[in-house]
Design a protein around this ligand. Structure first.
Ligand SMILES: Nc1ncnc2c1ncn2[C@@H]1O[C@H](COP(=O)(O)OP(=O)(O)OP(=O)(O)O)[C@@H](O)[C@H]1O
Length: 507
């Protein structure tokens, strides 16, 4: 076995990126073969072409481009018969025409068929030689066909996996869109109660294409509202794609949102569509937008302004038709002041804020929500829907629910499991929460249920000022003067807190 062959196998099986593997393999092979360059060419039977998918250069000088050349049916089989598992040396006069050597190679070429493990021809290896080939060189070249074939097979498999993954994502997106619509019709508990004001705003803004900013603590139902907006919009038949900006590593966020071209960076094995492209014709929901890095904010602003962007590593300007919904539980105004969030982007996305109140300030909805989760989980666990006792309700109402609706759903699910599917064990499910609650209730001054967060206190104080001023913000008799702050600051605060001052306009 030629000395380079085991090294070639190592590179073929360890290096994931075909271009890099071929480059290293060419360098190893050039110790025994007078190589100028090596082309790995993939056969596309549908198009009847051979396409250069990787080039390894061993000497300086111009390398041939990466063209596709016509490959007549049966050519690879004829070549295989002629070569019998080895390489064939092609004379110059054989070159253009019916063979796999693209124009542009200067010296003599050696060519061999690259076969898959089941012996079907996948493509060819073309080696451009810089000098005469001796016996050792020839056997090294013959022995290199299998490792090159293995590297090509790996590349093809990875490419297929990527395609499957993309197809699965697309299916996922459309399933979610359908699921989202179903859930919304059945599942916005409180739409007629404490969320009535929220739903009015949803109905107002849904038919437009305006961006909507959904504010609220974690677990308050921001995603539920985003899906409701999409379902009520003219884009309801298009996809809704949710991206959690906080869950993507900062160096990948550009490629996730806007896609990348093949080879744009190490690991970019194939072209990838970004989430904007996948949401084309529908809605993109950017959750935790406060976590978006500044560089991505610049691109986002541009896409909001004129709908254009480029994929990472791409030259071609693309256009998408996407409605943007964004959500955050963070105080983005503070991020703007600290220079972590672009002010121009903030103005653009906060045109129409929708504020979701925390569960502790909409206790009226609690029984309905608890019943809703109990019934849903009960139906899943056993034959009968599960209901709540008065004692269960009392326990649930006494707790302040820092994790909001999500925490409540989890407690009810646990209660159903602990109750064996026949009843709800709410006290058991509350566990340590209940213990902490008793301790707090035992303190004479503690009023956990009634205590407002700073934002809530601010919101209700601003609303009271607006009520007194008939919804007027500026001027001597406006709410800003009454509160002793600048009208501009008050407007910013109201946007952040989701206060709709037009509600207070005197008739
Ligand atoms: N009004 C509601 N009616 C029914 N289910 C709700 C309601 N609000 C929230 N939920 C449920 O509560 C859970 C949390 O809601 P969601 O994921 O929308 O919250 P979120 O505010 O987006 O959370 P985060 O900030 O962590 O992303 C989900 O299972 C959701 O279905």
């Amino acid at each position: 076995m030629p000395s380079s062959t085991s090294d070639l196998w190592r590179e073929a099986s360890h290096t994931e990126d075909l271009a890099e593997a071929v480059l290293r393999m060419t360098s190893l092979l050039s110790r025994e073969v007078p190589l100028r360059c090596v082309l790995v060419r993939l056969y596309n039977s549908e198009a009847g072409v051979l396409e250069t998918v990787a080039i390894g250069t061993a000497r300086s000088g111009a390398t041939p481009g990466a063209p596709r050349t016509h490959c007549p049916a049966g050519y690879l089989d004829r070549l295989r018969k002629r070569a019998r598992g080895r390489v064939v040396l092609l004379e110059r006069h054989e070159t253009p025409g019916e063979d796999a050597v693209p124009a542009g190679l200067r010296g003599t070429a050696a060519i061999g068929v690259l076969e898959a493990r089941d012996a079907t021809p996948m493509g060819v290896l073309v080696a451009e030689l810089a000098g005469p080939l001796d016996g050792a060189g020839r056997s090294a070249l013959d022995a290199s066909l299998d490792p090159f074939a293995a590297a090509l097979a790996r590349h093809v498999q990875l490419h297929r996996l990527e395609q499957l993954w993309e197809a699965a994502q697309a299916t996922n997106v459309s399933l979610l869109a359908r699921l989202g619509r179903q859930e919304i019709v059945e599942e916005i508990v409180g739409a007629e109660g404490s969320l009535r004001a929220v739903m009015t705003r949803v109905e107002q803004v849904a038919p437009t294409d305006a961006p909507v900013l959904i504010l609220g603590e974690t677990g308050t139902g921001k995603e539920v509202i985003a899906r409701a907006l999409h379902a009520r919009s003219p884009r309801a038949d298009g996809p809704i794609v949710r991206v959690n900006c906080g869950a993507i590593p900062p160096d990948l966020i550009d490629s996730e949102l806007f896609g990348h071209e093949k080879g744009a960076f190490t690991g970019a094995l194939a072209t990838r569509k970004g989430w904007f492209e996948r949401a084309d014709g529908g809605t993109l929901f950017l959750d935790e937008i406060g976590d978006l890095p500044l560089a991505a904010q610049v691109r986002l602003l541009r896409i909001l302004q004129d709908g254009t962007y480029e994929r990472v590593g791409g030259q071609h300007t693309r256009r998408v038709d996407v409605r943007l919904l964004a959500a955050t539980h963070r105080d983005v105004e503070t991020l703007v002041h600290a220079g972590h969030f672009r002010e121009d982007l903030w103005y653009r996305i906060s045109v129409f804020p929708v504020y979701l109140p925390p569960l502790r300030s909409r206790r009226d909805d609690l029984p309905a929500l608890a019943r809703h989760f109990a019934q849903a989980r009960g139906l899943r666990l056993g034959p009968d829907p599960l209901d709540l006792t008065d004692d269960d309700m009392e326990v649930l109402l006494a707790y302040p629910w820092p994790g909001n609706v999500r925490e409540l759903a989890a407690v009810i699910e646990r209660a159903a499991i602990l109750g064996g599917g026949h009843r709800l064990d709410v006290r058991g499910a509350m566990g340590t929460k209940l213990h902490a609650l008793h301790e707090r209730l035992a303190e004479p001054s503690a009023e956990p249920a009634a205590f407002l967060s700073l934002d809530e206190a601010m919101r209700s104080h601003i609303e009271e000022a607006l009520r007194r001023c008939g919804g007027k913000v500026e001027g001597a008799d406006g709410a800003a003067a009454l509160l002793g702050i600048n009208p501009h600051t008050l407007r910013g605060r109201m946007r952040k807190l989701g206060v709709d001052w037009t509600r207070f306009h005197s008739r």
